[in-house]
Design a protein around this ligand. Structure first.
Ligand code: BV8
Length: 262
């Protein structure tokens, strides 16, 4: 049953429909296992541009053009300039009430997992423990020669492109388009898709695979899907409840109502 989102083209007015929040909280109150999936929208209120929103052009670059092995092969300096620019923005950002509310949710369920597509590290900085950064983390780098990973926190980078002590190039330890998700992360994700009673999908346009297919997986397994977004997405079709508005407003409201119901 569709609730929460009027059927209309284009972005809905950001609004919180109290009726739907009650439905979402009612389902969460009875759930044993909660899976949360986030995308760039959860970090928007921390001042980090999204990929496909109106501010979605990252310094006039599309993620699909630069977040690829071929772009890095062609010109590692251009790709690293793009990441250096993003790291500069992210370094100034703080976790927002949406990140903190998800951290609160972690403590309210016996089984909890967060799968984030974001590489900004803001969920980790909120203190959350059960997290899969399914597309990696742009503060981590790895040597292109031996694959060894390490943290590189310099902002701005001292040299572009940065190099490993062995002299080889370092690359961002993220999953680019055309690269497979690491096996262990995928295995843990599919396990959680099977086991969860409720899936909460926050701030993703639902266009990047394989994560875009996860809500349908949960539905197929009999799970309940709650979407939080500013507008309808391909996920809205699978969602049992869609809450339209800013995640930094809606998530704290859900946590507040959930605490009352416990
Ligand atoms: C793979 C890391 C095997 C790098 C990223 C099946 C069908 C079609 C295509 C494919 C397919 N399988 C694989 C593909 C190819 C490709 C793909 O999905 N392409 C898309 C474009 C069609 N997938 C892959 O290559 C994946 N690998 O599957 O391996 C394989 C390989 C090749 C071919 C077949 C199989 C790897 C994908 C990972 C790519 N890496 N990032 C980096 O970031 O530098 S993706 C990038 O997009 C980010 O991780 C980002 O998180 C992610 C998804 O975007 P969103 O998070 O959803 O962000 P977006 O801006 O789009 O949306 C923001 C949303 O928030 C909006 O809806 C907005 O309304 C909302 N919002 C805004 N503000 C708020 C808000 N909501 C609430 N509150 C707010 N305040």
């Amino acid at each position: 049953m569709k609730t929460g989102g009027r059927r209309c083209a284009g972005p809905l007015k950001a609004k919180m429909n109290r009726g739907d929040i009650g439905k979402a909280v009612g389902k969460l109150a009875g759930a044993k296992s909660l899976l949360v999936i986030t995308g760039a929208g959860i970090s928007a209120e921390s001042g980090i541009p999204t990929f496909r929103g109106s501010d979605g052009l990252w310094n006039n670059h599309r993620a699909e053009d630069l977040a690829t092995p071929s772009a890095f092969e062609r010109d590692p300096a251009v790709v690293w300039q793009w990441y250096d620019w993003r790291r500069g923005i992210i370094a100034k950002a703080m976790p927002n009430p949406g990140h903190l509310a998800i951290k609160d949710l972690e403590g309210m369920f016996g089984h909890f997992l967060l799968i984030t597509q974001n590489v900004d590290g803001l969920h980790e900085r909120s203190g959350i423990r059960n997290i899969i950064e399914i597309h990696g983390n742009l503060w981590r780098v790895r040597c292109v020669r031996d694959g060894r990973g390490s943290m590189l926190m310099d902002v701005p980078l001292k040299e572009v492109p940065p190099r490993c002590a062995c002299g080889a190039l370092l690359r961002p330890d993220v999953v680019w388009f055309g690269e497979s998700i690491p096996g262990e992360a995928l295995r843990r994700s599919f396990q959680a898709l099977e086991a969860c009673d409720v899936l909460l999908v926050v701030g993703t346009s639902g266009v990047v695979y394989p994560v875009a297919s996860f809500p349908e997986e949960v539905k197929g397994n009999g799970g309940f899907v709650i979407e939080i977004n500013m507008e309808e997405t391909p996920i809205t079709r699978a969602a049992d409840v869609s809450l339209f508005g800013r995640s930094g407003d809606i998530l704290p409201e859900i946590v507040k109502e959930l605490k009352k119901s416990r």
